[in-house]
Design a protein around this ligand. Structure first.
Ligand code: CLF
Ligand code: SF4
Length: 479
């Protein structure tokens, strides 16, 4: 099911440090790249696109459209049969040993295709039992499949809940097909919303970890999502992932002339909802056939043709070894971060003004991407020794329809600078003269500094702090 989502840091962050989850939950999320923000730098997921049909129509969804440049939920290049999907998982598990999670997230709704979905999960559970199973659904049929979900040990379930009030929901869904009948308007929303919330409650009672995804739709649910967040927390959700609407071509929302929310609007809603609820900020709104680290989609490497010819090299012991090493590395970094932040709090040395920095990375917590190759930037606020992850900004990743594909280099640079305009510094592993000069002209400092993200952020913020703040003072005096 297009449009899903993940999690906030298991570790939390300094400004929003939360109570760490109970040990049995920590164990469940330790290697899940969506439910654990720290893990997404090290562990990968893959989606198998076995579920083409859907039983509802969301006004933002169009699954008929695919483009090699496009990354948005519902988009796939090839739909697979369950046996093809299981083989694909074994091949990828051999080639990417840090792939710890397999999700079924579409391209339609997994529970509108129950035989295909559960037979795929069964095959994976039998042949690759170390892999965690993950399901993402619109929730309409959840109550019908609770036992299968539990029996197959599908321990992570995402439900997309965009509203908890049918009066709002009726503007988001065109129809709902339920028990042989098609419903529209408020009736459709009433059926869907009631079953989503009951499904969430029932999963939580069974101890299954639930994440709720909500699509932020300006003008429809922007001021309603706080209410959604409160209610899903009461019903037992572990995590809330608020994602920006992507107005896809051919959808009702496109015809209505709706727009995507800005990064600032998304950030504001996430902040409002982050009171008691864990908020996911690192979601990539993946394709339904995505493979790899969240920020480094390798799905194009694993075509049907390649999988057909491949001999799976699944090796449980080798996978365990690689994953243990990565987990140790992750824990070590986390302890280091906590020590640094505790020290800084004790000394009261952190400046009150944070510097916003954009980083180009394709994983492993490294600055390791050239500006021109970055399809997204990780955004951080750095105040002294405190680093707070703000979110992801995608650049050139969303196709806006065939007519609008940007191939003009200058336009792309301008668009990236516009998307990053609230950042003071952009750190990459390399940058050409043209974008460098453009960023400088836009008041953003381009820094080339490959290496460990945290170390680079700390050194950049310290090095440029005085310069940035004196520059800001000059600018604010001029206003
Ligand atoms: Fe896939 Fe979703 Fe499972 Fe993750 S994605 S089914 S929970 S394994 Fe993750 Fe992708 Fe966001 Fe989803 S980044 S869209 S949250
Ligand atoms: Fe599309 Fe169905 Fe998912 Fe809605 S639930 S986004 S209509 S696949």
């Amino acid at each position: 099911m297009p449009i899903l989502g993940g999690c906030s840091s298991a570790s939390g962050c300094s400004a929003h440090r939360s109570v760490p989850p109970a040990p049995h939950i920590q164990e469940k999320i330790a290697r899940h790249p969506c439910y654990n923000q720290d893990a997404h730098h090290y562990f990968a997921r893959m989606h198998v696109a076995v579920a083409p049909a859907c039983n509802i129509q969301c006004n933002y969804c169009n699954r008929k459209y695919d483009c090699a440049n496009e990354s948005r939920p519902g988009v796939v290049s090839e739909v697979l049969k369950p046996e093809e999907a299981v083989k694909k998982v074994l091949v990828v598990a051999g080639e990417i040993p840090q792939m710890t999670v397999v999700g079924i997230a579409g391209p339609g709704d997994p529970l509108a295709n129950p035989e295909k979905t559960f037979s795929t999960f069964k095959g994976i559970a039998e042949q690759a039992p170390d892999i965690q199973l993950c399901l993402s659904t619109n929730g309409l049929r959840l109550l019908d499949y609770l036992d299968q979900i539990q029996e197959l040990n599908i321990d992570h379930v995402t439900i997309t809940i965009n509203a908890v009030d049918p009066k709002i929901g009726q503007h988001i869904y065109s129809w709902v097909f339920f028990e042989g009948k098609r419903y529209k308007g408020i009736e459709a929303a009433e059926i869907l919303l009631e079953r989503q919330l009951k499904g969430l409650e029932a999963l939580a009672e069974r101890g299954i970890l639930c994440k709720v995804n909500s699509v932020l739709i300006p003008g429809i649910n922007d001021s309603h999502l706080e209410q959604v967040s409160d209610l899903i927390m009461k019903k037992g959700a572990f995590l809330h992932n608020i994602m920006p609407l992507i107005v896809a071509p051919g959808t009702v929302f496109e015809k209505e002339g709706r727009r995507n929310p800005t990064s600032e609007e998304l950030h504001q809603v996430q902040e409002k909802c982050s009171g008691n609820m864990k908020i996911m900020r690192h979601c990539r709104q993946c394709r339904a056939d995505a493979i790899g680290l969240l920020g480094d989609d390798r799905s194009a490497e694993f075509t049907k043709e390649k999988i057909k010819a491949a001999e799976p090299q699944y090796d449980a012991a080798a996978r365990r070894k690689v994953q243990q090493e990565l987990e140790n590395k992750m824990k070590e970094r986390y302890s280091k971060k906590i020590r640094r932040e505790t020290e800084s709090l004790k000394n009261g040395t952190s400046p009150s003004t944070a510097i916003r920095i954009a980083v180009a990375s394709c994983g492993n917590e490294k600055v390791n991407l050239h500006f021109g190759h970055a399809k997204e930037f990780l955004i951080y606020d750095v105040a002294g020794d405190e680093i707070r992850f703000v979110g992801i900004r995608k650049v050139q990743a969303y196709c806006k329809g065939t007519a609008n594909c940007k191939t003009n280099k200058e336009e792309l640079i301008q668009e990236s600078a516009e998307i990053l305009k609230d950042c003071k510094i952009v750190v990459t592993s390399g940058i050409g003269a043209e974008p460098r000069n453009y960023l400088l002209g836009a008041g953003i400092i381009p820094v080339v500094h490959p290496g460990d993200i945290e170390e680079v952020l700390l050194s950049c913020s310290k090095y440029f702090y005085g310069y940035i703040n004196s520059k800001d003072r000059v600018l604010s005096r001029q206003k």
